[in-house]
Design a protein around this ligand. Structure first.
Ligand SMILES: Nc1ncnc2c1ncn2[C@@H]1O[C@H](COP(=O)(O)OP(=O)(O)OP(=O)(O)O)[C@@H](O)[C@H]1O
Ligand SMILES: [Mg+2]
Length: 163
């Protein structure tokens, strides 16, 4: 049976993009035809890297993947997803710490946009405890983050913190 191409949106802060994000991107490509990486513009988080820096890093890491596009957005994720014609939201699910929050968001998003489903993907075991906060903290203390992020991100972190 013919079906419409599946468009998925993978939203996040990507401050900075880590090997965990990249793992989820690879897996998301197995369940979508077109994958839109949606970089949240003004997260209340007060990001270390500004939007352009975050976008540039992501862009350079997915440049060789034709099914992947990089966008930034403000406002509700589901509104952005709808504008893009997406029917899937991708979220990574790590240790139990993610679970409550992600469940709440998925339920809220379903209420706001019933035609969009959240698909949770589990990363490879080595990335189960990895988040961008950990990377920022280690890099700020001039620790070695080479097993957590790709080399171009490591370089940007080094420039940021001077090592
Ligand atoms: N190591 C990882 N394994 C699986 N999913 C991940 C991983 N890192 C991030 N994600 C997922 O990517 C999405 C976007 O996350 P986000 O960009 O906020 O990164 P984060 O690592 O949670 O950053 P922060 O520590 O700043 O909150 C979320 O669904 C998150 O669960
Ligand atoms: Mg997080």
């Amino acid at each position: 049976m013919e079906r419409k191409p599946l468009i998925a949106v993978y939203p996040g802060t990507f401050d900075p993009i880590t090997n965990g994000h990249l793992d989820i991107i690879q897996r998301a490509l197995q369940v979508s035809d077109r994958l839109i990486l949606a970089i949240a513009k003004n997260p209340k988080k007060g990001p270390l890297f500004n939007l352009k820096e975050r976008t540039d890093m992501v862009q350079s890491l997915v440049a060789d993947l034709p099914q992947v596009e990089v966008h930034s957005y403000a406002g509700l994720t589901v509104d952005f997803a709808r504008q893009m014609g997406a029917t899937i939201l991708i979220r990574g699910l790590r240790a139990i710490s993610d679970f409550e929050y992600e469940l709440q968001m998925a339920q809220a998003n379903r209420k706001l946009a019933p035609s969009i489903d959240t698909v949770f993907l589990m990363p490879s075991q080595e990335y189960f405890y990895l988040n961008s906060t950990l990377v920022r903290n280690i890099a700020a203390d001039k620790g070695d983050v080479s097993s957590f992020v790709p080399p171009i991100v490591e370089k940007r972190l080094r420039e940021k913190f001077g090592r």
